[in-house]
Ligand binder design. Structure first.
Ligand SMILES: [Zn+2]
Ligand SMILES: [Zn+2]
Length: 217
């Protein structure tokens, strides 16, 4: 059995074996897949297939040149997410600083800029380099622990625009300070839940149902 840490390797070695429901796209350069444990409604991974790059730390190895090469695939993931989310859901209540109007929600550029985040984790749990492209709803049954939320909503998450960093973030600091002690802040309204994850979780579900409604087929 492959160790858990390398569970993503199959997607770059044999993308063609990926179940159709999980595979978004692949070519000789990248694989784009649905994260097996999505932390939001839409959560994609863009994975370069290069056998050297895949082993490197994502915070320092995504140089400007590599980013330029990968950018079309990040855009492809963003477009896919925009289509998927807006096909499935309607906005029923504005979200401050995100979707002030229905038109904002339906506008691809606004949707991508305000509601999708792209980046990598400071301390990735998976050994193969992958870029997260994820909506900011955090409405998912897989969001089970404080660290899941913190890893996307604090400096633990290094945004595409910040990359590459000049050095790999300090692992102990990231895990023992940021993950353990950072407050839980609602991504919709900014309310602080301190370390009360269960409260945040039920609040996030309330926020989601307040703002979005599933379209009727
Ligand atoms: Zn990750
Ligand atoms: Zn809130």
């Amino acid at each position: 059995m492959m160790p858990w840490r390398f569970a993503l390797k199959q997607y770059i070695v044999h993308p063609e074996r990926t179940p159709a429901s999980q595979l978004i796209y692949y070519n000789d350069k990248v694989s784009i897949i649905n994260d097996g444990f999505p932390k939001s409604i839409c959560h994609l991974l863009v994975m370069p297939r290069d056998s050297n790059l895949t082993k490197k730390h994502p915070t320092v190895s995504l140089t400007e040149d590599i980013k330029a090469e990968l950018w079309p695939y990040v855009e492809m993931a963003q477009n896919h997410i925009f289509e998927t989310f807006t096909n499935e859901y309607e906005l029923v209540e504005p979200i401050p600083n995100c979707f002030e109007t229905i038109e904002d929600f339906r506008d691809k550029e606004t949707f991508i800029n305000n509601f999708i985040q792209v980046g990598v984790h400071s301390v990735p749990s998976m050994g193969n380099l992958h870029i997260h492209v994820i909506t900011k709803d955090f409405h998912s049954d897989n969001l089970k622990r404080k660290n899941h939320y913190i890893s996307f909503t604090t400096t633990f998450f290094k945004k595409w625009e910040e990359l590459p960093l000049s050095e790999i973030p300090d692992r102990d600091y990231m895990i023992n300070e940021v993950i353990k002690h950072h407050d839980l802040i609602c991504s919709y309204c900014g309310k602080n839940f301190f370390n009360k994850f269960a409260k945040l979780k039920s609040h996030l579900d309330d926020e989601f149902t307040l703002h979005f409604k599933k379209k009727i087929e």
